[in-house]
Write a protein of this length. Structure first.
Length: 249
């Protein structure tokens, strides 16, 4: 057993990863359908170190093991999906394999994107990581590409950078945000907060209207061009760490 790594009983681990009930896992193990490095693990009470070696070597009913707890996923959220467990209509959780939706601790989104916003969203079962990314004191930058109904006037960059812009119904000004103009009706806006409908409300405060919104960057992590809407992939630990790093501008 690897020194220092957390451990778990096989039946508890697989039950919490959504495979089956503990009793069903005990049966699978007894019937030789759970293999570690090709050797049956017949006792479901076996205590296993939760290491990359376990993840690579454990085969359950002929299938390689799902990611162990502590996973971070990058998802390209399609338009029209909701970052919620319970609303009607397509949910971001529907993009995951059914078994992954039964995990405990559950995979949840790190923050949210509106139903009509597309792009980069992270999901994790690692509460400490989630809190670091959303904690205001970490100032993780989120970059949005906004398409606007009307041409920019030229005053917006200074307004957003001012640190004095107050959104309707709020009593605390927004932290400075960075606007980079792409074309008269398109711009990147980078913010470090996550207030409700923040980007749409910022442009509304500037007298404009967002007609399309797409997030392409969080911290030092950029959505890859080849990750199709609705697709996701698991981040390496270096990629997950880059979320908390500042991008090279
Ligand atoms: N700002 C918005 O207005 N919507 C989002 O989904 C994210 C940021």
């Amino acid at each position: 057993m690897t020194k220092g790594a957390p451990t778990s009983r096989l039946d508890k681990l697989l039950a919490n990863m959504g495979y089956a009930s503990r009793r069903e896992i005990q049966m699978l193990a007894r019937n030789g359908r759970i293999l570690l490095d090709g050797v049956p693990v017949t006792g479901a009470d076996a205590r296993l170190a939760l290491t990359p070696h376990l993840e690579a070597g454990l085969v359950v009913d002929g299938e390689a093991l799902d990611p162990l707890p502590g996973v971070v996923l990058m998802v390209n959220k399609p338009l029209g999906t909701t970052c919620s467990h319970k609303e009607a209509g397509p949910l971001i959780y529907d993009l995951l394999p059914a078994r992954w939706r039964r995990r405990d601790p559950a995979l949840s989104t790190i923050g949210r994107l509106d139903k009509e916003t597309s792009g980069l969203i992270l999901m994790t079962d690692d509460g400490a990581f989630l809190h670091k990314v959303i904690a205001p004191r970490h100032h993780v930058e989120k970059r949005y590409r906004a398409t606007l109904a009307r041409p920019l006037e030229g005053t917006e960059a200074a307004l957003f950078a001012s640190g004095t812009l107050m959104l309707e119904g709020e009593d605390k000004p927004l932290l400075p945000a960075r606007l980079e103009i792409i074309s008269p009706k398109e711009a990147f806006l980078t913010v470090t907060e996550g207030r409700y409908h923040q980007v749409r409300r910022m442009f509304a405060a500037a007298g404009n209207h967002v007609v399309a919104l797409h997030r392409d960057r969080i911290g030092g992590l950029t959505l890859p061009a080849d990750l199709a809407p609705g697709a996701f992939y698991r981040l390496s630990s270096a990629e997950a760490a880059s979320v908390l790093a500042r991008p090279e501008l």
